[in-house]
Design a protein around this ligand. Structure first.
Ligand SMILES: [Fe+2]
Length: 359
């Protein structure tokens, strides 16, 4: 799709979108996330949420606590996907004990986001200690073992399209992150107790093949190259902000693939120009599903997972929400992340009816 510079307007509109809109009610309708062709619709009333939805395309929100149960209780010891499309699956893992196996995803890059808990992801390159708000990227084919020290809840994103850092090319090489903050594995000999054999699970989608080895295959004494697991903590991301305009969330993208953007939501200064909108307008992303983990709002824990399907209008329904954020102080205390996918995400039964899960 090509960018068009042909912008037309009719009727009553704001001179500048999201600025000085006064009693107009904007709805932001756009293709390709916020990159493609766009229409701002100016409504008499703020576009409402439906009072009832019949069919699959609904905004859905669930408590993380209702979506998780210990991975140890599942047959395979791995969490069930909550959302999938042809290239991406998203799960929530809760685990307190080390995997008794090693895992290698043979199809997909795996991006973990540590919601709660501490421990180690042991990899064949060496261990990566983790803590809350760590992102851990395990490239396709990396053998690893989850070893929690405390009960750990993680969002697990698997993508058959490679995941890489988003390059915000026009803001310099040290923002929003300096690559000096990335953690990489140090070579280390694992001193785990001997076992008769070691199981390496080869994961392909939800299919698992178990290969058994006589010796622990983690005996790497050195590694080099441009293909390795890594971690970065959200606190080391310094989000791009504007005091005069609400920026599209893609400004904060940290990782991306051909199928998705992964966007951390971090505490940041609010838009303090009183003429400018602090929050996004009501919006209708025509090509993007948003799967949002909201950990804290206003600094208070909420722990929700929400799904906003493409072409379904959502966003703040009350102007009071804008004022409340400004009055609360000059920090917008939101923590979480959004996984924005360019192909529809299908909620699974594990999301729609977690109490009925068989696995
Ligand atoms: Fe949205």
């Amino acid at each position: 799709m090509k960018n068009s510079w042909i912008h037309m307007h009719r009727g009553t509109v704001a001179r500048q979108a999201r600025v000085d809109v006064q009693d107009l009610n904007e709805e932001h309708v756009s293709r390709q996330g916020f990159f493609g062709p766009v229409a701002m619709l100016y409504h008499r009333q703020r576009p409402a949420d439906p009072v009832r939805v019949e069919g699959p395309l609904a905004v859905r929100m669930s408590a993380v606590a209702d979506l998780t149960r210990p991975d140890e209780d599942t047959t395979g010891g791995l969490p069930s996907p909550l959302f999938t499309n042809d290239t991406i699956s998203v799960s929530l893992s809760v685990r307190s004990t080390p995997w008794p196996f090693l895992l290698r995803n043979v199809d997909a890059d795996t991006l973990l986001f540590v919601h709660e808990g501490e421990g180690v992801i042991a990899t064949e390159f060496g261990p990566l200690a983790y803590e809350p708000d760590d992102f851990i990227l395990l490239p396709k084919g990396t053998t690893h073992r989850l070893m929690p020290d405390t009960e750990t809840t993680m969002l697990v994103v698997e993508s058959t399209n490679p995941i890489s850092f988003t390059e915000h090319q026009q803001v310099g090489r040290h923002s929003p992150i300096d690559f000096g903050v990335i953690g990489i594995p140090e070579v280390e000999e694992y001193d785990w107790p001997d076992q008769d054999e070691w199981e390496v699970r080869l994961k392909s989608g939800t299919d698992v093949t178990s290969a058994f080895y006589a010796e622990l295959p983690f005996d790497v004494i050195g590694w080099k190259g441009d293909y390795f697991p890594l971690k970065i903590n959200a606190r080391d991301v310094r989000p791009i902000t504007s005091e005069r305009l609400h920026l599209a969330p893609s400004s904060w993208a940290l990782f991306e693939s051909a199928g998705a953007m992964i966007i951390p939501f971090l505490p940041m200064k609010v838009v303090d120009d009183p003429a400018a909108e602090e929050l996004p307008s009501r919006h209708r992303n025509l090509d993007t599903d948003e799967l949002v983990l909201i950990q804290r709002l206003g600094g208070k824990p909420v722990n929700l997972l929400g799904h906003f399907p493409q072409a379904v209008t959502h966003g703040p329904t009350e102007r009071a929400a804008y004022d409340a954020i400004r009055e609360a102080g000059m920090q917008r205390l939101t923590n979480g992340l959004s996984i924005d996918t360019y192909q529809r995400l299908r909620p699974t039964d594990a999301f729609l009816d977690p109490t009925e899960r068989s696995e």
